[in-house]
Design a protein around this ligand. Structure first.
Ligand code: FAD
Length: 399
């Protein structure tokens, strides 16, 4: 599909971008990832294919892994309009994202807003080039929804802190290189006011991880322990005891990112996939009328959500987005993604339930269906998002 733009400069940019992508995106990177294991996360511990590494390196050199970040921090320095064109052209060619990284979606935006110049120059280019993989140390065994009650302590020792405590549900902690972590620096202050936001290397002495194994046999997250971990003061982001400001800002980005799962997989509309599973009638429609109605309802909601996400992106880049709006996107997007997989499982019937056969592609759909159940928990539960929407967007009175 050719998209015309009013700005002739943008048309030239589009043509150049298309030509560059065609010349530089390896054919293997023009197919969707086969599973979660087929996604490139970058980092020091990665084991990726030659095509994944080539694609990451080429996009990283151009700054197009983070197209709108400033060039001096490893970004592409593109305008919002150019970044949109790049995304459209990548989608048209079926190009994968060169890498996934919590640094791109979460830490990077927080560093751009709260980081010192030294921190930006140190960490952002490594995120852009996929050299360092980040994990998120927020949740603790007794602090999930009530995150501000966290107890991991950081004691001030002059030029450094000594960190002790435990995190839980730390996604990919065993595969990450560095962690962005919330620690309590003033135990006497009110709970939101004694927290700081620090960065440290997961290879530091005193950091250990214990994978949490799930029923699927996979271990997407860990318990993470800190035993007298030394963290240099220059790795404190923002002000001491004001880490909650950084944490909240970062959570907004995390929630918008998770909400994005609601409009994922747009390369192939759900109706087309389901028609392939259950067959079509003489008019080429999904044969089962009840399923057809549910899929139609889903596709309309998905299209509306995709436009809402795009509108939010524009508002955010213009600095006009309501700060609590990511909660609405997170709530709706994660519920929508769960609906998508409910429909896929319903359409696939008993074949889908096969856990480990070639016919079920080794349970790809059922495993993905199970994974979607976590969408409405990770990054803050749906109930908590509804509470935020009620209070901060709808301004309803508290209970
Ligand atoms: C796949 C996955 C990946 C994750 N990755 C990370 C990670 O990388 N780093 C990290 O730090 N954390 C991570 N988490 C943790 C996640 O942020 C927490 O699970 C989440 O915030 C909920 O906290 P909790 O599990 O302690 O549940 P709880 O807070 O104990 O909640 C239990 C139940 O009570 C409800 N509830 C609690 N408070 C309220 C309220 N005020 N109003 C209404 N209902 C309420 C909740 O909705 C939920 O149903 C991950 C979780 C998952 C599932």
């Amino acid at each position: 599909m050719t998209v015309e733009t009013a700005d002739p400069g943008l048309d030239t940019f589009r043509a150049e971008t298309r030509a560059w992508l065609e010349a530089n995106c390896p054919p293997e990177m023009r197919t969707p990832a086969r599973s979660e294991d087929d996604v490139c996360w970058g980092g020091r511990k990665g084991d990726y294919s030659a095509a994944q590494m080539t694609w990451l390196q080429r996009m990283g050199e151009r700054g197009w892994t983070v197209p709108t970040w400033p060039k001096e921090y490893g970004g592409g320095g593109l305008s919002n309009a150019q970044a949109k064109v790049l995304a459209q052209e990548m989608s048209a060619l079926g190009c994968r994202s060169p890498h996934s990284n919590f640094g791109i979606w979460m830490l990077g935006p927080a560093l751009l807003k709260f980081g010192s110049e030294e921190q930006k120059r140190e960490h952002l280019p490594k995120i852009a080039r996929g050299e360092i993989r980040w994990c998120q140390g927020y949740s603790e065994p007794n602090s999930g929804s009530d995150l501000a009650s966290l107890q991991t302590r950081a004691e001030d020792r002059g030029d450094h802190f000594i960190v002790n405590g435990q995190k839980i549900w730390t996604s990919y902690a065993d595969r990450a290189d560095w962690i962005f972590c919330l620690v309590r620096t003033d135990p006497t202050a009110k709970k939101h006011e004694g927290i700081s936001f620090v960065l440290f290397d997961m290879a530091s002495a005193g950091v250990t991880t214990k994978p949490i194994r799930l029923i699927s046999g996979k271990s997407p997250f860990c318990e993470t322990f800190f035993d007298n971990v030394r963290v240099e003061k220059h790795n404190l982001v923002g002000q001491i005891n004001r880490g909650w400001d950084v944490a909240k800002y970062l959570l907004g980005h995390e929630r918008a990112m998770i909400g994005g799962t609601g409009s994922a997989d747009i390369a192939r509309p759900l109706g087309e996939v389901i028609a392939g599973l259950v067959g079509t009638d003489a008019q080429g429609r999904i044969a089962d009328p009840l399923l057809r109605a549910r899929v139609a309802e889903f596709e309309v909601d998905e299209a509306a959500f995709r436009l809402t996400m795009a509108r939010f992106g524009d508002l955010m880049r213009a600095g006009q987005a309501h700060p609590a709006y990511p909660s609405a996107l997170k709530y709706y997007g994660s519920e929508l993604n769960k609906r998508r997989y409910e429909l896929l499982v319903a359409a696939g019937g008993s074949d889908t339930l096969e856990w480990d056969s070639d016919r079920s592609k080794h349970g790809a759909t059922i495993r993905a269906w199970l994974r979607t159940k976590a969408n409405s928990i990770e990054g803050g539960t749906s109930e908590v998002q509804l509470g935020i929407i009620a209070k901060r967007i709808l301004e309803l009175p508290g209970a």
